[in-house]
Design a binder for this molecule. Structure first.
Ligand SMILES: *[C@@H]1O[C@H](CO)[C@@H](O)[C@H](O)[C@H]1NC(C)=O
Ligand SMILES: *[C@@H]1O[C@H](CO)[C@@H](O)[C@H](O)[C@H]1NC(C)=O
Ligand SMILES: [Ca+2]
Ligand SMILES: [Ca+2]
Length: 406
């Protein structure tokens, strides 16, 4: 009896190793030296330097959440996904001494101390953004400019046939007329079936306006990265170093399989092992980029903001799904000098975005790591770029809704 159990364990473990040996990422060598996904080449043609905008003051506790709370605390016809989690401040190592993309300013690793803050548990969804638009009549920049960038293979043939220009550095990104958050793949697309997906085609300026309305603000890059790391030190991903580790559920499952096996003798182990939800931790790209996205994790495009397991801080989709804007100006030069509540450079041209998206693949744009970063001008938007908000003090209207204290 005992030996049967041991053999079964061995079989299961072999299966597990094969399943997890990064076989979806056969190409371990980066295809091009900067690993560019073209994510930062898709920007509007703006030459001027932007003035430093002080959108919030971390030194002051005087955040005007109350002013907006009545507006943000309205009924939605969809389940709300605006809850925030409390994040206890502390010291952490920001950036990395083993940068994958040196030109992105991922290094060096430096000590950062943060005060307590709150962060949205989810990326801002279409439903939440629609509440904001309904309440304020806000027009996004993609709507004003009349276009936004979409990944080619997501477009219908009809939409594609009307496009004459492409981005030289990233030909798979196409500027699509009439494309905006309500029409993510152009005029012939809509979001009716995707109200719980992250809102996309949102510029940095749009994100700031939304967060302000909700009594929140954008997180600083340091706050975003601290939250991404979820208390782990020098790890690649929000859950550790392996792309798809089996979590605790797996061991519980494995014991269940064995128990059930001996009870029924008929149990289908194979079906159970193949359950993807025990394997995938983030919505990224599987297959050859940019030709084939197999969507093994369940999603070719965006996934609902509630999908995939949380990290230790109860945050969903910190890496993958959509890129997230942060408050900071972009700069690639960092020193090792320890800092307290850093807010980035005083001025700049681009804003920092973090976390990578459903288009990220290890061989190309290996940026679904906590230390990875990229940039865009504040008026740029794309089909894989969204955001979540932070708050120094929890807005009054969210107090009764908040849980997951950590
Ligand atoms: C926004 O307003 C429209 C029109 O009244 C309504 O159909 C829609 O459900 C509202 N959105 C939300 C999220 O409540
Ligand atoms: C929205 O798109 C779906 C396909 O995703 C389509 O079936 C539906 O008719 C569209 N709705 C509207 C109002 O255009
Ligand atoms: Ca995917
Ligand atoms: Ca994300």
């Amino acid at each position: 009896m005992m030996s049967v159990v041991i053999v079964l364990f061995a079989v299961l473990n072999t299966y597990r190793t094969e399943e997890l040996s990064d076989n979806i990422f056969k190409d371990d060598k980066l295809k091009n030296s900067d690993g560019s996904c073209g994510c930062s080449s898709i920007k509007r043609n703006t030459e001027e330097n932007f003035e430093s905008t002080k959108i919030f003051d971390t030194s002051s506790k005087n955040i005007v959440a109350e002013k907006y709370s009545s507006a943000a605390n309205i009924q939605s016809v969809y389940p709300r996904t605006n809850k925030m989690v409390f994040i206890k401040g502390g010291k952490f190592n920001m950036g990395t001494d083993e940068p994958v993309f040196i030109a992105d300013g991922e290094g060096p690793s430096r000590e950062v101390t943060l005060s307590d803050y709150h962060l949205d548990s989810y990326e801002v969804s279409n439903a939440e953004f629609e509440l904001f638009v309904n309440a304020t009549g806000y027009t996004t920049e993609a709507e004003s400019f009349g276009d936004s960038f979409v990944f080619e293979s997501l477009l219908s043939e009809q939409t594609k046939s009307g496009i004459t220009q492409a981005v030289a550095a990233a030909p798979w990104w196409l500027p699509v007329k009439g494309c905006n958050w309500k029409h993510p793949e152009g005029p012939d697309s809509n979001i009716t079936e995707r109200m719980d997906h992250p809102v996309v085609h949102i510029s940095w300026n749009d994100a700031v306006a939304y967060c302000k309305w909700a009594g929140k603000r954008l997180p600083t890059e340091a706050e975003w990265e601290y939250a991404c790391r979820g208390g782990l030190k020098d790890r690649l991903f929000p859950w550790g170093n392996k792309l798809n580790p089996m979590d605790k559920h797996w061991y519980v499952l494995k014991l269940n399989i064995i128990a059930t096996f001996f009870i029924s003798q008929k149990y289908s182990i194979h079906t159970c092992i193949n359950k993807k939800e025990f394997i995938f931790r983030a919505n990224i790209w599987q297959g050859e980029f940019p030709e084939t996205n197999t969507g093994e994790d369940g999603y070719i495009g965006t996934a609902p903001v509630t999908e995939f397991p949380t990290n230790a801080f109860s945050l969903h989709n910190m890496v993958g799904n959509v890129w997230e804007w942060t408050a900071d100006w972009w700069n690639i030069k960092h020193t090792r000098t320890p800092t307290v509540n850093p807010t980035g450079p005083q001025s700049g041209k681009d804003r920092v975005k973090k976390g990578g998206s459903y288009l990220c693949h290890k061989s190309y744009c290996y940026r679904y790591r906590c230390a990875a970063r990229s940039q865009n001008t504040p008026d740029s938007s794309a089909g894989n770029l969204g955001f979540r908000c932070a708050a120094t003090l929890l807005p009054e209207y969210l107090k009764e809704h908040t849980y997951d204290k950590n």
